[in-house]
Design a protein around this ligand. Sequence first.
Ligand code: BTN
Length: 260
Amino acid sequence: MEAGRAKDTESAGRFSRVVWVPETGSTNTDLLAVALSGGPEQVLVADAQTAGRGRLGRSWSAPAGASLLCSILVRPELAAADTGLLMMALGVAAVDSVAEVSGCELGLKWPNDLVTSAAGGDRKVSGMLSEGVLDGDRLIAAVLGIGINVNWPDELPDDLAGTATSLRHLAGRDVDRAELLRSLLSHFERRLELEPGELLAAYRSRSATLGRRVRIEESTGFSEAVALDVAADGALVVEDEVGDRRVLHAGDVVHLRPLG
Ligand code: BTN
């Protein structure tokens, strides 16, 4: 992290400790080290990452200065089994802050993406990654990382051109990343105060996955099903064509077009 060039960014409330740096390896990696050494709740934002990380061991890349690349170190009073609630809170906060600041209506794609269907098929605008520090069955700390594609250039990177887009493409104007961050942190703080049932309801109502036919991609192969529900721990409940139900705790799904 380039601490010398880091700037503090004004933000109120529980997540008022914010540092914004020009470049780092990964904001999640940095805050995980802070979490492990006992550091307090705080937020780290970078204009660019040289080793950005995504879910399932993937890398995360973004044009410099064009995304909101942010990690939040949280120290909640939660059992390890309830970690999914944090991601629900962040997901709901992300949808609402994007709508507030850019006017773009996004949906939550299970487990942790924000997508738009504005251009026909779904395109990814944001991804989230959570990493926890556990002590037995207690969650001591969690680092929640989010990358939002904000002001990407007209020409999208080749490898993402068919699957991703940015708020600038959707809104037709540049979106202020600092304003988006302030809104995100304020919505997130408020969502963390909700009862689990209220949070789940908020998540479900913003879901782009529920009710959809999905392809489930697992190391053992692909299968298709309908997404029926999201459980309190964030698991996805699906039902296949012969009525067998399964509960997916991790992995990826692809939204399929409705039949007929
Ligand atoms: C995914 O969709 O696979 C999750 C992507 C998470 C990316 C963000 S960008 C900020 C934070 N730092 C990282 O290295 N990853 C997360």
